[in-house]
Design a protein around this ligand. Structure first.
Ligand code: DP6
Length: 349
């Protein structure tokens, strides 16, 4: 027999960034972070997991290519999930797995991203969240999303936030074993569904410095990161939570842009310096800043992760349409910027 489960998980975009670990093995961050989870139909990972007594080793394929599962991150997630596995019984298919059997059964994993891997579009977030969720279903875990979030965190920090929709906060936690470092939902996806999220794909090339190495170097060398984690982010988290609950777009926009800019300032303050944004990214910032100033009140927020691609959050569909027109004017088709729109809700413009 073979037991198989398929799951689909969207990626998330941080509006208050996670950057820096206090424990690199358990993946414990130096500050809280907040993100918005995208519409599940757009930037997402689809993962199928299968178990059978005939499988003789754990194996995984990512976008059709076999990858090694020997890395600590995969091993940590698989070990933790197996430890929580329960009995499974499917009479129709003649499947009966006792809790104690999971340690000796092997698993095959096939995962697909519908967006460029490692181009700064948070593919690891959707990837590990989806893997953990699919395995939890396969092994009939009774644990809540909070526990699954703490397991996904050990695959990639930002993955812990993709277990929930809407706006999500990752509490950095205090415990040394990381048990309280997990995500919680601030509001669900229906709370603020007039927001429209765009991704302007400036480059789908693999980033030069991975987030993991980049944040390691920042923790080692950036004084600005220490100041950010201790003095700036704790206040911003409180303000951002308030803004989200009150659907206060000007505050959300101000904090999101300021936090993205500070994160990239930390990257410059790192030795060796890291440049994730390029000239096109900077032009997009100028266009949005100028438009927001002309309107008198922000219409759009921008944020950039570990890559040059812009994530643009428009206050509503009208602002999104005007933004798209502006971007098409400045970056006509064929100019190297691919404008894709991804929405939080189920609508498209
Ligand atoms: C800039 O979660 O990819 O996207 O924990 O080392 O796997 P690891 O890093 P990762 O870092 C994401 C950094 C970020 C900001 C964010 O998503 O909060």
């Amino acid at each position: 027999w073979v037991r198989m489960v398929t799951a689909q998980t969207p990626t998330n975009i941080a509006v208050i960034k996670y950057w820096g670990k206090r424990d690199e093995t358990l993946i414990l961050p130096i500050n809280d972070s907040i993100s918005v989870t995208l519409d599940p139909h757009h930037l997402c990972t689809t993962t199928t997991v299968a178990v059978s007594p005939s499988f003789d080793q754990d194996r995984m394929w990512l976008n059709g290519k076999e990858i090694s599962l020997s890395g600590g991150r995969y091993q940590n997630c698989l070990r933790e999930i197996r430890a929580c596995a329960s009995d499974v019984e499917d009479e129709e298919k003649g499947i009966k797995i006792a809790k104690k059997d999971w340690g000796s059964l092997h698993i095959l994993i096939a995962s697909y991203n519908n967006f460029p891997t490692a181009a700064g579009l948070a593919s690891s977030a959707a990837g590990f969240a989806c893997l953990v969720f699919a395995l939890a279903k396969l092994m009939n875990l009774s644990e809540d999303h909070g526990k699954l979030s703490a397991i996904a965190r050990q695959g990639s920090g930002s993955a812990c936030r993709s277990l929930y929709g809407g706006f999500v906060k990752w509490n950095m936690g205090k415990n040394e074993d990381g048990t309280d470092s997990r995500a919680i939902q601030i509001v669900d996806e229906k709370h603020w569904d007039d927001l429209v999220i765009f991704i302007a794909v400036v480059s789908s090339r693999q980033k030069e410095t991975s987030s993991t190495i980049g944040m390691h170097n920042s923790v080692e060398t950036s004084m600005l990161l220490k100041y950010r984690a201790q003095e700036v982010v704790p206040k911003r988290i409180l303000q951002m939570e308030e803004a989200i609950k009150n659907r206060d777009f000007p505050t959300l926009a101000h904090l999101t842009c300021a936090d993205s800019n500070q994160f990239h300032a930390v990257c410059l303050d790192t030795y060796p310096p890291i440049f994730y944004m390029n000239d096109t990214s900077h032009r997009i910032i100028s266009i949005v800043e100028k438009w927001n100033r002309t309107e008198g009140t922000p219409q759009v927020a921008y944020t950039f992760d570990a890559g040059p691609n812009a994530v643009l959050i428009a206050r509503n569909r009208n602002a999104a349409t005007l933004l798209l027109q502006r971007l098409l004017f400045y970056f006509p088709p064929g100019d190297g910027v691919d404008l894709n729109s991804f929405l939080i809700g189920d609508k498209s413009i």
